[in-house]
Design a binder for this molecule. Structure first.
Ligand code: DC
Length: 681
């Protein structure tokens, strides 16, 4: 997850490849409960890993279900409707999707089979009402005590005497979760009678009830529905495990990748795994809307493949009442359409995480679009030719705003883009996607491609122990960029040369070795650690001997040349910070910002000394000083790629600066320079 203050997305040119979406929370917990009540073992695939699903799994385990977890696949052997544990205290965190259906299921089971169950959660859970559900269950003969405040958890469920002759009444206008809880639980006691639930008041959130009914059907229970006013569970219904079940991904999350395929899926489609055309979620109908705009969609169980069809996209006028969340994605797709797109019947946007109509209008205008907003509609005309503008997109703490506007990064593909002047899109507060899709941007970058020259690079060059590695890695963290410590590649080559007994003057042998680094010899970089061929060499690389070997071998042109492609390959989305000696001069001469870092020899020697001592190595300050000077001279005077500041580098002497001050200084340069001019060659 990107936790940076902002995320700059460079211009993107293609989309393709596979993305796996995280499982939907509502479906995950319903499936877990149904599997826990069923007869037989259910293999649940793609379960969402979250606090709410964890407490449900713990509760089912406490109730005697056998649960084997292997990554996001879980094997659950259910209770077949029979209690095997008669006393349990269940802690359900803040998971309404666990508290409500477990209350209904355990109240009914304890009334028929005995047993005492206490259900509690975090303090916030004890403020979330459950009275309407309790009021529906008590008249059936369930003993339910609200042990702190009437109408709120914690609850104590202790037996009772079921009488099921009367219709069961539940309010539908407060939360559809109470009806869901009853629907999920009542098949437990449907042996003798048809059971009818009557909804009191207008039922809200009908698509969620559809999900419940659908999942019940997959577990063998066919609920009969009379409109949305009453629901009947036929006599003799019992849960039957479907064997295997996939938890669908959130269909609204799929919309961004469907759009990416429609806009940029040219060479190959975008394949979305986790949700298919047979989805039980209302927002899957976004597929039809995307098709109306030109997307080519094929699908199967649990997957969709989307590629570009008509281009530019077709402008549409559409009633979006049935897909309110996913329709936001259409508003951004409209930037790539010919003509004006109008989305109608979207009044609910005004009362979501933010006033989404106003927010969408404001941010689309920043990009250069013409937008008309009404109380319940929005009308979008793409920017005129040459009028796309760099935009810093405010996201209003609304995950969907952040995800939608990332799609504006495909602007070079627009018919109205300025040739050779693509724009970059800045997304403020990217962490807001954590609400439903923490790794959204990682997934987007995984299925997006662009030309390397469009990916911004910041270079930090300077002499040994100038602190460039620390500065560069801090910048990479603050910007969410990739990081290249090019010195480590020379150190790795030097270390391997020493280990293999290669003479450090044997240029051809060293060059041959350097060509293997990163190709036949696998490298892996992970935070502070470096693995070479599966071995963690992080400590070995820090040794002075490795630094000296690196300095010596780096003067051979063949060695340097052998490592060029490997270094360039680090230029990945969304950007790169690279440190070394020749990053700005040789490897990335087109870098958007070049920093040349210096500090006095005395200051650098002291830093290196302290670093070594703190790591438990012995060190001598004078020797370090002499060694640094010798290395500086060698790096500066070598024939190829000598250590010099690039003509367009900004110099920073950090002798008297803390690391934080250096980082802030360079970040300031970066922010002031935005938008960095990107010329598409
Ligand atoms: O940055 P460092 O101390 O880890 O680098 C080790 C040696 O590698 C350094 O003495 C010079 C060489 N080097 C280089 O020649 N070019 C680079 N881009 C990075 C390092």
């Amino acid at each position: 997850m990107y936790t940076t203050a902002f995320l700059d997305i460079p211009p993107l040119l293609y989309a393709g490849g596979t993305v796996r979406l995280p499982g939907s929370k509502s479906i995950s917990n319903r499936v877990l409960l149904l599997a826990g009540l069923s007869e037989g073992t259910t293999v649940v695939h793609d379960l969402l890993a979250s606090d709410d699903t964890r407490v449900m799994l713990d509760a089912l385990r406490d109730l005697g279900c056998d649960i084997q977890q292997n990554g996001d696949t879980v094997h659950i052997t259910g209770l077949a409707g029979k209690l095997s544990v008669l006393h349990a205290k269940l802690f359900l965190g803040n998971a309404g999707t666990a508290m409500r259906p477990l209350t209904a299921a355990l109240a009914l089971m304890s009334a028929t089979q005995g047993g005492v169950f206490e259900l509690s959660g975090v303090p916030r859970m004890h403020e979330r009402p459950i009275g309407d559900l309790v009021e529906a269950l008590r008249p059936l003969g369930c003993h339910i005590e609200c042990t702190a405040n009437e109408g709120y958890p914690p609850l104590r469920l202790s037996g009772g005497q079921l009488k099921l002759s009367e219709p069961i009444k539940v309010r539908g206008d407060v939360s559809s979760q109470f009806l869901t809880a009853l629907l999920l639980a009542l098949p437990l006691v449907s042996q003798a009678h048809d059971l009818t639930i009557e909804v009191v008041g207008e039922l809200i959130s009908k698509p969620y009830i559809e999900i419940t009914l659908n999942l019940l059907a997959r577990f063998g229970i066919q609920v009969e529905r009379q409109g949305w006013a009453s629901f009947t569970i036929p006599q003799g219904s019992h849960y039957q495990s479907p064997g295997e079940i996939h938890v669908e991904a959130d269909a609204s999350s799929a919309s961004y990748f469907i759009a990416a395929g429609a806009i940029a899926g040219m060479a190959q489609p975008v394949r979305i795994e986790g949700v298919g055309a047979d989805s039980i979620q209302g927002d899957i109908r976004f597929v039809e809307a995307a098709q109306a705009m030109g997307a080519l969609v094929s699908s199967g169980p649990n997957w969709l493949e989307v590629r570009r069809g008509q281009w530019p996209l077709k402008a549409v006028e559409m009633d979006c009442n049935h897909i309110p969340d996913a329709a936001m994605t259409l508003a951004v797709m409209a930037l790539y359409a010919q003509g004006t797109t109008k989305l109608n019947n979207i009044a609910s946007w005004r009362v979501k995480e933010t006033d989404r109509i106003a927010a969408m209008a404001c941010e689309l205008r920043k990009l250069g679009a013409t937008v008309v907003e009404g109380q319940d509609f929005i009308e979008i005309t793409p920017p005129e030719v040459g009028h796309w503008q760099h935009a810093s997109i405010h996201t209003y703490d609304d995950h969907r705003m952040a995800m939608c506007f990332s799609l504006a990064a495909f602007n070079p593909l627009s018919q109205t883009a300025t040739p050779n002047q693509p724009i970059s899109v800045r997304i403020d507060d990217p962490r807001c996607v954590g609400k439903t899709f923490p790794d959204y941007f990682e997934s987007l970058f995984q299925v997006s491609q662009t030309n390397a020259n469009l990916i911004p690079v910041i270079t930090v060059d300077g002499p040994s122990a100038s602190g460039k590695g620390t500065l560069a890695s801090a910048l990479a963290t603050r910007l969410g960029y990739q990081f290249l410590d090019s010195g480590s590649l020379y150190r790795i080559t030097g270390l391997l040369a020493c280990e293999k007994g290669i003479d450090l003057d044997d240029a051809p042998a060293l060059e041959a070795l350097a060509r293997q680094v990163g190709t036949t010899i696998a490298l892996r970089f992970d935070h502070e650690h470096v693995w070479v061929g599966g071995r963690d060499v992080s400590d070995d690389l820090r040794l002075e001997a490795s630094g000296q070997a690196a300095s010596r071998i780096s003067s051979f042109p063949g060695v340097r040349q052998a490592l060029v492609d490997l270094q360039k390959a680090f230029r990945g989305l969304p950007g790169l910070v690279a440190d070394g000696r020749d990053m700005g001069t040789v490897i990335f001469p087109d870098a958007a910002l070049k920093v040349f870092l210096t500090a006095t020899v005395a200051e650098r020697a002291e830093r290196r000394y302290n670093q070594l001592i703190s790591k438990g190595f012995s060190a001598n300050l004078e020797e370090i000083c002499a060694d640094l000077e010798a290395r500086d001279t060698r790096d500066r005077t070598r024939a190829v790629s000598p250590l010099v500041a690039a003509a367009d580098a900004r110099k920073l002497d950090n002798s008297a600066l803390t690391i934080e001050q250096s980082v802030e200084t360079v970040l300031g340069w970066w922010v002031d320079g935005w938008p960095h001019v990107i010329v598409r060659s």
